[in-house]
Design a protein around this ligand. Structure first.
Ligand code: ADP
Length: 373
């Protein structure tokens, strides 16, 4: 049986392992936290730092292939493993480009992929000389996650909020919709596209809140979205699964925001709502099986279950019974022992032919199922 490793043991690793149980594969996870969501679902757990060269190299050297559930890993070790014949999904070269928002934006420009116009600022004093570029969004090159390395700079007065570090200053897009397109590509270069999803954000926590599938787009926009996402993925010249996040602006133009080269939050609904889930798909392509069917069984909405304000500590799920009574709702709790405000504790996917029903049920779930202490 093939031996496959996952760097990171969070909820994405957990759901990847749930799908692995259907295939002839021996799984290993590298993660510092022995109580992480993926710890008890893998065959072999190694405690270690995914950012450390030796930890990643020693973990990977006896494996057939390795994949990630987060970008923030030791890329040098993956490069070494690749030269020694371990397959890496996605290729380390892709991780190098994507991990750094400056390199990522330059990649889009280099491949004529539509993205908002940008300049690079190396320090706060450089940023202050770029006043004419506002309104813009300042994004730190490395180390920012879940909105933490992002500052909206609308006016000249706000420029001091920017980062005193290498960063991208990109023009503020007049957003009509935020969407994401998942694309799978195997070793032979064959691709499979999921229907794009439409995202709605929590304006305070800046976390993805609800997500509707399929996104409501005109046929013309859908074609643009698919063509752009394919171009992003094909130019990487790497097998793997990718989430391409895009903006549709008020003129109907499609612009790439960023890409994740891995299973992603915007594909959670595919577990129940699609014939082959994003997790199933990744195993198919790592293990060399045919790609799966990406079609939707039914339209769906996915709700993130996020730690409530004012509650930090051992988690108790309020309203779980109530939500489990809903016929077409699928509950996923990630097994995190502790909740804190804004932490992703789980998600619920709701399936229905009727959009009104999806919206109604998802609001009910959001109000009812609350992680507290
Ligand atoms: P992160 O990787 O931390 O999630 P993103 O680059 O996705 O950061 O940005 C977070 C959010 O900020 C986006 O979902 C979007 O709502 C907003 N945003 C990012 N870039 C722009 C932009 N150029 N114009 C307008 N809004 C933006």
């Amino acid at each position: 049986m093939q031996k496959i490793g996952i760097l990171g043991g969070g909820q994405l690793g957990r759901m990847l392992l749930q799908a692995a149980a259907n295939y002839p594969v021996v799984t290993s996870v590298l993660e510092n936290d022995t109580e992480c969501p993926a710890a008890h679902l893998c065959h072999h757990f190694t405690k270690g730092d995914i950012k450390d060269f030796d930890a990643v190299y020693n973990f990977g050297k006896n494996l057939d292939a390795i994949t990630i559930e987060i970008e923030n890993v030791n890329v040098k070790a993956l490069e070494r493993l690749e030269t020694e014949g371990v397959k890496v999904y996605p290729k380390p070269s892709v991780l190098r480009t994507i991990k750094n928002k400056i390199l990522q934006k330059e990649y889009y420009r280099q491949h004529q992929i539509p993205t908002s116009d940008f300049i690079i600022t190396n320090s706060l004093s450089e940023l202050k000389q770029a006043e004419d570029f506002l309104p813009a969004v300042h994004k730190v090159g490395e180390g920012g996650y879940d909105g933490k390395g992002v500052q909206l700079l609308k006016t000249k007065e706000s420029i001091g909020k920017g980062f005193d570090a290498p960063a991208v200053l990109e023009k503020m897009v007049n957003i009509h919709k935020e969407i994401a397109q998942m694309v799978a590509i195997n070793d032979k270069g064959e691709t499979a596209l999921y229907p794009p999803v439409e995202m709605l954000f929590d304006p305070i926590l800046n976390l993805l809140d609800y997500q509707l599938c399929p996104a409501e787009l005109s046929t013309q926009t859908l074609y643009k979205v698919e063509a752009i996402a394919l171009s992003v993925v094909r130019n990487f010249k790497s097998p793997g699964i990718f989430a391409v996040e895009m903006f549709v602006d008020k003129n109907g133009d499609v612009l790439v925001n960023e890409t994740a080269p891995r299973v992603h939050n915007s594909g959670h609904h595919t577990i129940e709502a699609h014939y082959s889930s994003q997790f199933d798909m990744l195993w198919r392509l790592i293990l060399g099986y045919p790609l799966g069917n990406t079609d939707a069984i039914l339209p769906s909405i996915m709700v993130n279950i996020i730690g409530a304000e004012g509650h930090t500590g051992e988690v108790v799920y309020e309203g779980l019974d109530e939500v489990l009574k809903i016929d077409n709702a699928y509950v996923h709790l990630y097994g995190k022992k502790k909740t804190k405000p804004g932490r992703k504790m789980g998600h619920v996917t709701i399936l229905s032919k009727e959009k009104q029903d999806l919206l109604h049920q998802s609001n009910k779930v959001k109000r009812t199922l609350v992680p507290k202490t």
